[in-house]
Design a protein around this ligand. Sequence first.
Ligand code: CA
Length: 241
Amino acid sequence: MPLQPEAQGTEKSVLVVEDEENLLEALRYNLEREGYRVHTATDGGDGLELARRVKPSLVLLDIMLPTLDGFEICRILRRESEVPILMLTAKGEEVDRVVGLELGADDYITKPFSIRELVARVRNTLRRTRHLEESPAPEADARNYRVGNLEIDLNSHEARLAGQPLNLKPKEFDLLALLAANKGRAFTRDQILEKVWGYDYIGQTRTVDVYVSWLREKLRADPTTAESIVTIRGVGYRLDG
Ligand code: CA
């Protein structure tokens, strides 16, 4: 069984919700060949329940389905998780709604499509979203992080820019430490809220933007470092260095 590099080690699972049995089986066969574990449902309600139970790495979602349509499933899943969702649309369906902010699907593919293209889309969507997966918060005994001229010492709770202490508020420090400990990894605003502020703040994503702007301001003495906090449109933030 040929394994794609990204499917090795941690096995990725794909949930396919599709009521056309022939298409469903073709998708199952080809995705399994690529090394994915495949779960299937032919009914919207079952699909939603399965998504909640198996927590797949990605959901392939048809739109016209018995009991609960793909739009509704997408809307519900998006409220509950960040699982990547790839919609299978038929010509003439409301693609704008699918990819619009309202529903938050990650991508769509219009029927009829080639299985080969679909598998490539699955792979690309997983690759794009892989960096969003849960990453450990910096460990309590972690040492120092260095990003360019910026030094972060978690033990002493100090940050220095080009050797000069930075006067950071506690949450500014925590946010900077989170990004620095996971350099190159993108976080959504909700993930940042959860890790830095805790669950109570989920949804107040503006808070993150405000703190990032304060951090950039405090890092401005060293423009390269200030620019290392990268805004990823429609996603969140990442620290490069
Ligand atoms: Ca259908």
